[in-house]
Design a protein around this ligand. Structure first.
Ligand code: MN
Length: 209
């Protein structure tokens, strides 16, 4: 089945004032749709047409060169944005609870230290890309990827990712990427991140790091 852009689980204006309505329309309806359309076009009629997007990202190296890059960018873009909509919420912000809170404290020292590490990774990413909290098979880590590269390509499980492409923030924040990153934590959906954390840690055959 061809990939589809999932409907936003909240209204386009619901993340105001941190993420503005116009950005959400362009980002979800135009940018994400373009990744899906290009990925589907590259997959049509191929042996990989029915693979999940996650599996596809782990087998890029086996694909013919003319499809490898277009799928790296566009299947990657589809996976990244699908996650992005899920881990934001109009009721977001605050602090994580339970195992995730414990894991963050054990690994980074505090929630503020995690936020700083993610924001620093996002600011340091030259050009376009993502800042991530991932499960690497044995523990939590922060990293960034260029373009639409997904942590899944390295067998890491993305738990939280912040889009630092200009299309994600430019209408409201212009060149102020650090302000966008700071504001983003007001919409983070911690229960959704915690669910991903639980799934990653209990997933049989998950990344071994
Ligand atoms: Mn984006």
């Amino acid at each position: 089945m061809a990939f589809e852009v999932p409907p936003l689980p909240y209204d386009y204006a619901a993340l105001e004032p941190h993420i503005d309505e116009a950005t959400m329309h362009f980002h979800h309806d135009k940018h994400h749709q373009a990744y899906v359309d290009k990925a589907n076009a590259a997959l049509e009629g191929t042996d990989e047409a029915h693979e999940s997007v996650e599996h596809l990202l782990t087998i890029l190296e086996t694909l013919p060169e003319e499809r490898r890059t277009v799928l790296r960018n566009n299947a990657g873009g589809h996976a990244n944005h699908t996650l992005f909509w899920e881990i934001m919420s109009p009721d977001g912000g605050g602090e994580p609870e339970g195992d995730l809170a414990q894991g963050i404290d054990d690994t980074f020292g505090s929630l503020d230290a995690l936020k700083k590490a993610v924001n620093d990774a996002g600011v340091a990413r030259f050009g376009s890309g993502w800042a991530w909290l991932i499960w690497d098979g044995t523990g939590l880590a922060v990293l960034s990827t260029p373009n639409q590269d997904s942590p899944i390509m390295n067998s890491d499980e993305p738990l939280l990712g912040i889009d630092v492409w200009e299309h994600a923030y430019y209408l409201k924040y212009q060149n102020r990427r650090p302000d966008y990153l700071e504001a983003w934590w007001n919409v983070v959906n911690w229960p959704a991140v915690a669910e991903r954390y639980e799934r990653a840690r209990t997933h049989v055959g998950a990344a071994s790091g």
